[in-house]
Design a protein around this ligand. Structure first.
Ligand SMILES: *Cc1c(COP(=O)(O)O)cnc(C)c1O
Length: 359
């Protein structure tokens, strides 16, 4: 008669909440605003006909790893691929965190880092950024030395703030993590928008890994594909933990096909950066507090700090942005993803109307 109970350490866990509402303009999940090129879709359709559907996929996903490796000028053995970077992060945590271990985050940051940590059975330790959402390297280093976490997360550009982590901060944290035999995970889901990446810092004797995704810049959120660039020995450990054949054949082919369109991706990035500038200027003109973004989204606080009302009034106009107004640290703030030019114009116009009414 009774129901089985879930693990007691998970009973207070809330699921991942990002409402999928049916609206005309969706600027809430940092997806790319347009589909990948036709040539990509044709290549995937062709690959679907050629897949050996009765056979298990290449377990090593070797061709895809070779192609990703050449993109970053590293060895294919340094690449671990998975179903979205969320599965990359989960595999890291199952391998290096787990019961009896700690994982350090610097809030506010990507909620999944804490969420996946708890699912792994490890303890989340949160240190905090200042009011401008910058990370003080001394505070970060002290936290690492005090807590001795098995895994430390940094996210650059950081979600939901958009801020690119300073190189000096990353170096200082990496030194401290190295000293305590921990692992530093750099989440670079928006790496292509930033002016620097931690990938060139990777070395066989440094405890640093960098995760990337096809969900954002590559306009492939539907495909669920992400990867890690890491020292080879770390990839070997992850391969022991992840499910065998976890990456299906069609997805491997889709990833390979995408890498033939690097030029289109670069073009998309520069269009988005231009549009981002236009939205930031408009938000500032309206008197909103805007944090400097190195990503494809912008965190802002409306002038009266009434993010909740502004979010609702945007939704009334069929424009959905991320409602972060009640999140810890983000009081009254909203996060808007850069969309297509006409969507951004619609967002700016709507915001002028909504805020004009109270000016
Ligand atoms: C969107 C996002 C991801 C992406 O996850 P996928 O599973 O690859 O779709 C990872 N990290 C951050 C910080 C993100 O914002």
């Amino acid at each position: 008669m009774g129901r089985p109970t879930i693990r007691p350490d998970l009973s207070a866990l809330a699921g991942y909440h990002s409402p999928q509402v049916d609206v005309l303009i969706r600027l809430n999940t940092n997806e790319a605003p347009s589909a990948p090129p036709d040539g990509f879709r044709e290549a995937v359709a062709k690959a679907a006909l050629e897949v050996d559907w009765h056979r298990y996929p290449d377990r090593e996903a070797w061709k895809l790893r070779e192609a990703i490796a050449s993109l970053h000028d590293v060895d294919p053995k340094q690449i671990f691929v998975a179903n979205g970077s969320n599965e990359v992060l989960q595999t890291i945590l199952l391998t290096f965190a787990g019961p009896g271990r700690k994982v350090l985050t610097f809030e506010p940051t990507y909620a999944l880092h804490s969420h996946l940590t708890k699912i792994s059975g490890a303890e989340v330790v949160q240190e905090h950024r200042n009011d401008e959402f910058e990370l003080d390297p001394e505070i970060a280093v002290a936290a690492v030395k005090r807590e001795r976490p098995a895994v430390t997360f940094l996210c650059s550009p950081n979600n939901p703030t958009g801020i690119v982590e300073r190189r000096e901060t990353v170096m200082a944290v990496l030194d401290a993590v190295n000293e305590i035999d921990g692992l530093l995970v750099m989440d670079e889901a928006y790496g292509q928008f930033a002016d620097w990446s931690a990938i060139p810092l990777l070395s066989d004797d440094l405890p640093l890994v960098v995760s990337r995704t096809f969900s954002k810049t590559w306009a492939m959120a539907a495909a669920r594909l992400g990867y890690l660039v890491a020292p080879e020995w770390i990839v070997d450990e992850l391969e022991k933990v992840v499910l065998p054949y976890h990456l299906d054949s069609l997805k491997q082919a889709a990833g390979l096909a995408a890498l033939d369109f690097v030029g289109d991706m670069d073009q998309r990035v520069s269009t988005i950066v231009e549009e981002r500038g236009r939205i930031v200027a408009h938000l500032s003109d309206l008197g909103a507090k805007v944090w400097p973004s190195g990503a494809n989204f912008i965190l802002f606080r409306p002038p009266a700090g009434d993010g909740e009302r502004v979010w609702q009034e945007l939704l009334d106009r069929s424009i959905l942005v991320r409602n972060t107004a009640s999140w810890e640290h983000l009081d009254g703030c909203l996060r808007v993803t850069v969309g297509q030019p006409d969507e951004n114009t619609a967002f700016c116009t709507a915001l002028s109307e909504i805020l004009g009414a109270t000016l």
